[in-house]
Write a protein that binds this ligand. Structure first.
Ligand SMILES: *Cc1c(COP(=O)(O)O)cnc(C)c1O
Length: 439
């Protein structure tokens, strides 16, 4: 070291935030909650530093327990398309809360939300609500197996579908392999009917269907894979999956937990102009409350209990607070010119960043109000193409972003979200700061 201060050091030393209370709360939490967190990524293991304990949030901003403010690009991992504590959503929840929190009986709200979704997504003729994305996918897979009377499930490396045993898997070596459990506690037995393929690889899918097409219950893929970077697929690849499943009597399950109502009212199914047999939802359709849903062809959905032999149930399913929060959110999305404005805002923001970043390889992958910035020369379409160095560049500079009041997801593999509450001014400022830190 020659003693000169680099740009990074300047930013770090000039603007370190006070995080005393967050640190204290983390220590207290660690004593009673494993790792101090209720979902692992919140522990900041990839990026280091102090996970911020949030006290309140409003619009585009999070406020932590040390009274720091952050422009939030995580948006609770996607649900908050109108930002935090949207007044309309909050009012709907408050009004419902005074009338009761849960009945375990039918409500008009469930019908309204189901009616809204089925009338906006062609592929969804009937829908059932659950309480998380994980549960939605689990139920859709069981239904697909019940309908086809087959067991094999095909998923893609780099797609996340929640943490059920048979989907918490990674590929073995080789192209089309039986899955290996990617977590301790997942019995090998429960993954032996899951096959993992690479994304963006037509030949691997064709070959698999040639060999085992008549044994496959379903192929599941994210609308746009957005849990391991933003791995936008070629439309031809999605169409190939649709064709092969159809020809072989297998179902196509499109997991729209992130993309549903994020990239438009008809989601990725609409974007690719495909009609999956089953679709799964979560995140946005609960307006910030815990919700999931699965839906699709009526003849398949009617196999569910109580009509048919496929059992599925939930004590809090269709919870009235969640239903009104979701319905309020979706109605707002359908009324205004929301998607166009969001896309324009996001584009302007990412454009500013690409103008300012220089002397470094980077890709900004963006679809509607979703974006992901990765520091490598080519935009990856498959998980294996994401470079370690790209991940390190983000992770090592992440805490500088925080110190500058910008809350990105605490992992290089996670995508970012823009809400209607993000103002152009705030985004412009954030673009400058982000570029300076990442350059
Ligand atoms: C978030 C997510 C899930 C899991 O949803 P949870 O509500 O976290 O259980 C499943 N699939 C996709 C595509 C997701 O993004």
């Amino acid at each position: 070291m020659d003693g000169s201060i680099t740009k990074q050091e300047q930013i770090t030393s000039s603007a370190q935030m006070k995080t005393t209370r967050s640190s204290e709360l983390m220590e207290l939490s660690e004593a009673v909650i494993p790792g101090g967190v209720n979902s692992p990524v919140r522990a900041f293991k990839a990026v280091g530093g102090v996970p911020r304990f949030i006290k309140r949030a409003n619009g585009a901003y999070l406020y932590d327990v040390d009274d720091n403010r952050y422009l939030d690009f995580c948006c609770s991992w996607g649900p908050l398309i109108f930002g935090h504590a949207d007044p309309d959503v909050v009012a709907a929840i408050q009004a419902q809360a005074t009338d009761g929190l849960s009945y375990g009986a039918c409500t008009e709200h469930e019908y309204r939300l189901a009616e809204f979704i089925t009338s906006h997504v062609d592929a969804v003729e009937k829908i059932r609500f659950v309480s998380s994305g994980t549960e939605a996918v689990m139920s859709a897979v069981r239904l697909a197996r019940g309908y086809t009377k087959r067991d094999l499930i095909v998923k893609f490396e780099g797609c996340y579908h929640g943490h059920s045993d048979y989907l918490l898997v990674k590929a073995g070596s080789g192209l089309a392999t039986f899955a290996q459990p990617s977590s301790a506690g997942v019995p090998t037995n429960s993954t032996s009917d899951t096959i993992v393929l690479p994304l963006d690889n037509d030949a691997a899918v064709i070959e698999l269907f040639k060999r085992q097409g008549d044994r496959i219950a379903a192929v599941i893929i994210e609308g746009i894979p957005a849990n391991n970077g933003l791995l936008v697929q070629r439309p031809e690849f999605m169409k190939l999956l649709r064709q092969l499943t159809e020809r072989n009597g297998a179902l196509m399950i499109l997991d729209e937990v992130i993309t549903g109502f994020r990239i438009g009212l008809s989601g990725a199914a609409g974007m690719y102009n495909i009609t999956p047999d089953l679709l799964t939802y979560g995140k946005i359709i609960g307006g910030g409350l815990p919700v999931g849903a699965f839906g699709g062809r009526a003849d398949i959905m009617d196999l569910l209990s109580p009509l048919g032999p496929v059992y599925q149930a939930g004590t809090l399913s269709g919870n009235p607070l969640a239903m009104v929060a979701g319905l309020t959110t979706l109605k707002k999305l359908s009324q205004e010119n929301v998607y166009a404005e969001l896309a324009e805002k996001t584009f302007a923001f990412t454009r500013l960043i690409s103008d300012k970043l220089s002397g470094t390889d980077f890709q900004i992958v963006s679809v509607a109000s979703l974006f992901w910035i990765v520091f490598q020369a080519d935009a990856p379409r498959a998980a294996a193409q994401i470079q370690k160095e790209a991940v390190e560049r983000y992770n090592t500079r992440y805490n500088m972003l925080l110190d500058a009041g910008i809350y990105f997801p605490p992992s290089a593999y996670e995508v970012c979200f823009v809400s209607t509450a993000h103002t152009k001014e705030a985004l412009t400022e954030a673009a400058t700061v982000f570029s300076e830190i990442m350059n």
